[in-house]
Each structure stands twice: as structure tokens, then as C-alpha cells.
Design a protein around this ligand. Structure first.
Ligand SMILES: [Mg+2]
Length: 368
């Protein structure tokens, strides 16, 4: 079996009303997704999406003519490309989809999971006033989620605490609450300084009082000493890693016990091939592994297959904040948006990633 071609295409939908993501200083008025298809000489095609594939066209000959199942070989090449150029990890996801289709098995099964059912937490993305945050939390609890993540980025973190207090009051102990401080990285146009250790520690003490399950990205992503000092100074779990680029960064943070939880995203770093190793390292070191999933619906599903086998945390991220961020928007490229049921997703038994593209929608939204 040989790869004959790798095709990428770019698609965009308008967002009206816009999505005000807490980590972005600009409102999002559209949403773009790059689709990747790996064709073979046996009429089986692997599909995926997730990150952009900028400039990939000039490198596809590195894969054409090779067996798509040589996944470790391909991951080495993608890793090299990621170092020199861009992040092409959606290719790894498409190769896993293909391998699953060849084996006629879902990816979760190939990774050794005993079930395709994954528990989720509702991951909100918009900053709302305290009353509205409380309302969303009650909604999530009513829909069966066991946890919810809220964002801190209102300018003054004391205002963030007020929103968290209202949320806790509304749901009591009925919902685990996580807080994402979004200090690990910035959008390219955003030059705001990240918090420093003493800022993060002051916030952490407030979060401890409110029984927060984890504090996410409290410091810049490379401040390993700060993270370790913070971890040692608080009883609360510290979570990082959604945009770290190099795999050795995770290994280092695991070996040095800098944090409690790692959250790499298979669509952004390492693919399924490399992250299953990172997940194993977390397990051996007594840390938790639960991936970030905010790319698009395909990236989410790929991370859930990995999680079915490798997540050792109570739940995995489900990007969800209606009406601004809905399964219909997130999954626009798919025939069926994936809603959670009782706080779970069942990945089912379809071979590969089990994704079916809405080809008509893709044709109508294609921009490149
Ligand atoms: Mg995050």
C-alpha cells in the first residue's frame, strides 16, 4: 500500500454573531479550517483537520510512495518539518484515520482502549458577567457535564474571581470547576505581558478557597521554574502545555515535576503517534494527561480517540459555549455536529476516526 497524493483545502464560515474568545483581543467574525486527505493506491483515503497546513504542498513528496502505515517514520518527518517550518500534525491524524480504515477498526481500539466512551468537561470560551457565568454553569450541570472550565481575562483578576464566586455559588459542589488563565501564549497581535509568579500565586490562593480542580496556564509556557515554584506553593493542580511546540518540553516538565497536568493537543504538537508516548510518561510520573482540543471538530474527535486510550484525568475538554461557540460552528465540516450526551461522547465503532465530511458544505465554503 502506498500514498499517491496528499491534498489540502481551506474552508471558511462567517460567524454572526461573532465569537469573542477570551484569549483573543479581536472578535472572531469567521472561522477557517484546513482539510487534509491522504490518498492511496488502494482507494482508501485518510482524512483529518486541525491546524493550518501552510506551505505543505512543497513537502508532500516526502510521503508520496511510502506505506501510510509507517507511522513512526512519518512522525519523524513531521517533527523535522515542525522544527524547520510549520506544524503539519494533522497529517499524522489523517494517517491514523487511514490506518484505522485499513484495519477496519476505530482508532481508539488500535490504541488499546476498551471503549470509545469519553467523559467531558464543558470548556467555555467567552467572558460573561457573573450572573451569566452562573447560568452557563447550571446549564452545563443540567446537561450532565461533571466539570466546566471558565476563563480569566477581564483585565482585573478580582473581576474574574467575582465571576468564579457566582459560578461556584450557583452549582455548589455539583460541578468541578477549572480556571484557564491563558498566560502561556498570545495571539500574534497581542503584546500583553504574561503574569509573573507572584501574580499567579495570589490568584492561586483565591482559587484554592473556591475549590478549583485545576489552574491552567498561569505563567508563560517556558517559565518552568516559575511553574514548579507555583506547583510547590499551592495544593491546587497546575495544568499547561496546549501550545508548547517541542516534545522535549513535555518530557522536561514531566521529569522535573513542574506541573500536575499536561494538555498537549494532537492536532498541534506530536499527533497521536508522539502524544501517546507523552501520555505514558505522564502516567509513569504520576501526572495527569488530558489534551487541549480547541482547533475544530475534527481535531476534537482525534484527541478524543487518543484520550479514550491515554487520558488518566477525570475528563477531556469539550469546546462549548452557546450561542457563540456551538457544535454546529465548531464541526461545520462534518455531516453531523458532535453533541455531548450526559457529559460524554461515544466515538462509536466506525473505522478510523469515524468522521464524515459534509462535501457540499466544504464545496460551498472553500476559499483555497
Ligand atoms: Mg487553555
Amino acid at each position: 500500500m502506498k500514498i499517491t497524493d496528499i491534498e489540502t483545502s481551506t474552508h471558511r464560515i462567517d460567524l454572526d454573531p461573532p465569537f469573542h474568545a477570551s484569549w483573543d483581543t479581536r472578535p472572531r467574525r469567521n472561522f477557517t479550517a484546513t482539510i487534509i486527505r491522504v490518498h492511496t493506491d488502494e482507494e482508501i483515503t485518510g482524512i483529518a483537520s486541525g491546524d493550518e497546513m501552510l506551505g505543505f504542498e512543497r513537502f508532500k513528496d516526502l510521503f508520496i510512495g511510502h506505506d501510510p502505515r509507517d507511522i513512526e517514520r512519518h512522525a519523524k518527518i513531521i517533527d523535522n518539518l515542525s522544527f524547520h517550518y510549520s506544524r503539519y500534525w494533522p497529517l499524522d491524524l489523517a494517517l491514523w484515520d487511514l490506518i484505522g480504515k485499513v484495519a477496519d477498526q476505530p482508532v481508539w481500539r488500535l490504541l488499546g482502549a476498551s471503549s470509545g466512551k469519553v467523559a467531558l468537561y464543558g470548556s467555555s470560551g467567552t467572558l460573561r458577567d457573573p450572573g451569566a457565568m452562573a447560568g452557563i454553569a447550571q446549564r452545563f450541570r443540567g446537561e450532565g457535564f461533571k466539570g466546566m472550565k471558565i476563563r480569566f481575562h477581564r483585565g482585573d483578576w478580582c473581576d474574574d474571581i467575582k465571576a468564579l464566586e457566582a459560578t461556584r455559588k450557583a452549582v455548589g459542589d455539583g460541578l468541578e470547576l477549572m480556571v484557564d488563565c491563558n498566560q502561556g501564549w498570545r495571539m500574534v497581535w497581542d503584546i500583553e505581558e504574561p503574569w509573573k509568579l507572584k501574580d499567579a500565586l495570589a490568584v492561586a490562593r483565591e482559587l484554592e478557597e473556591l475549590g478549583v480542580y485545576w489552574m491552567e496556564e498561569p505563567l508563560w509556557r517556558g517559565d518552568w521554574r516559575g511553574l514548579k515554584a507555583l506547583r510547590n506553593a499551592t495544593d491546587m493542580r497546575i495544568a499547561v502545555g496546549e501550545m508548547n511546540r517541542e516534545l522535549y518540553e513535555f518530557t522536561h516538565m514531566i521529569e522535573e515535576r513542574c506541573v500536575d497536568i499536561l494538555q498537549p493537543d494532537a492536532a498541534l504538537t506530536g499527533g497521536i503517534t508522539r502524544l501517546r508516548r507523552i501520555a505514558g510518561q505522564c502516567r509513569e510520573a504520576g501526572l495527569l494527561f488530558t489534551p487541549h482540543t480547541w482547533t475544530n471538530g475534527v481535531g476534537l474527535i482525534a484527541n478524543l480517540h487518543l484520550s479514550a486510550a491515554c487520558c488518566n484525568a477525570p475528563f477531556v475538554e469539550f469546546p462549548y459555549d452557546p450561542p457563540e461557540w456551538t457544535p454546529a460552528r465548531r464541526d461545520f465540516m462534518m455531516v453531523e455536529p458532535r453533541a455531548a450526551k450526559d457529559g460524554m461522547i461515544d466515538l462509536g465503532n466506525s473505522p478510523g476516526l469515524g468522521i464524515v465530511f459534509d462535501e457540499e458544505r466544504l464545496a460551498n465554503t472553500r476559499i483555497g
